[in-house]
Ligand binder design. Structure first.
Ligand SMILES: C[S@@+](CC[C@H](N)C(=O)[O-])C[C@H]1O[C@@H](n2cnc3c(N)ncnc32)[C@H](O)[C@@H]1O
Length: 224
């Protein structure tokens, strides 16, 4: 198994054509470690850049599975089979086999998951307003109490900006994290109990590098 430092160096050195960057990868990793996520879904895997970090966090949390939902059909911003082969090769290079590819659109794959059956979901697929609305609402349904729904590109894609602004207006409890390639919105589902990240969620829709830094450091220190 690669050490976390080796993993980071390899990821950074291969960060060509990625849709996500190393800060965002560390945030995803830390958040998954923070809630001890063992079953995670990713909508929009493409060549596996974010996927390997989600899968590594699951591995470091003593195992589970990452479900990679992506049609890999050459539409929707994907290069089809080429992307899928790249993703599989990347998981292998990073020493990970704890993933399952579901080669479908999220509208086909998500209904197969039961309510509250996963720990977390990362949304980076269809960036249209109807696409992110659907994915967010379905992911809220399938994550467990205390689980997280994370959404990418909240500051650089107009439809996603519009959608998360509406979430902010509705006063959904969200955490807004900066990231060089678009940033992350993090929603924590809270049904019955006060969940771990709640103290951090009372921040306005304004990326705060202090909060991002503290989560990275806590997560990495806990995972080291
Ligand atoms: C921006 S890329 C994902 C980047 C990736 N997360 C990374 O870290 O490099 C978007 C991916 O979403 C996929 N996609 C688009 N619409 C989708 C949908 N409705 N359901 C699932 N995947 C979708 C595309 O095939 C493409 O591979």
């Amino acid at each position: 198994m690669l050490s976390l430092a080796e993993f980071l160096i390899r990821s950074a050195s291969e960060n060509i054509d990625a849709g996500t960057n190393e800060l965002e990868h560390l945030l995803l990793y830390s958040l998954m470690r923070g809630i001890n996520a063992r079953t995670v879904i990713e909508i929009g895997t493409r060549r596996g850049h974010s996927g390997v970090w989600l899968a590594r966090a699951i591995e470091d949390n003593s195992g589970g599975r990452l479900f990679c939902i992506d049609p890999f059909n050459g539409t929707h911003g994907s290069d089809g089979e080429y992307d899928q082969q790249h993703a599989k090769a990347r998981f292998a290079r990073f020493g990970l086999s704890n993933y399952l590819i579901l080669p479908d659109l999220s509208r086909v794959a998500l209904p197969m998951f039961d309510d509250s059956s996963v720990d977390a979901a990362f949304i980076d697929g269809d960036h249209s307003y109807s696409g992110v609305s659907y994915d967010f609402s379905e992911c809220k349904r399938i994550v467990r109490d205390g689980g997280l729904v994370m959404m990418h590109d909240i500051s650089n894609v107009a439809d996603v900006v519009r959608f998360v602004s509406e979430l902010a207006d509705r006063k959904e409890r969200m955490l807004w994290l900066p990231g060089g390639l678009g940033g992350l919105a993090v929603y924590q589902k809270v049904e019955k109990k006060v969940a771990d990240f709640l103290p951090l969620l009372d921040v306005p829709f304004q990326p705060s590098s202090f909060i991002a830094r503290s989560i990275i450091y806590d997560g990495i220190l806990e995972g080291a």
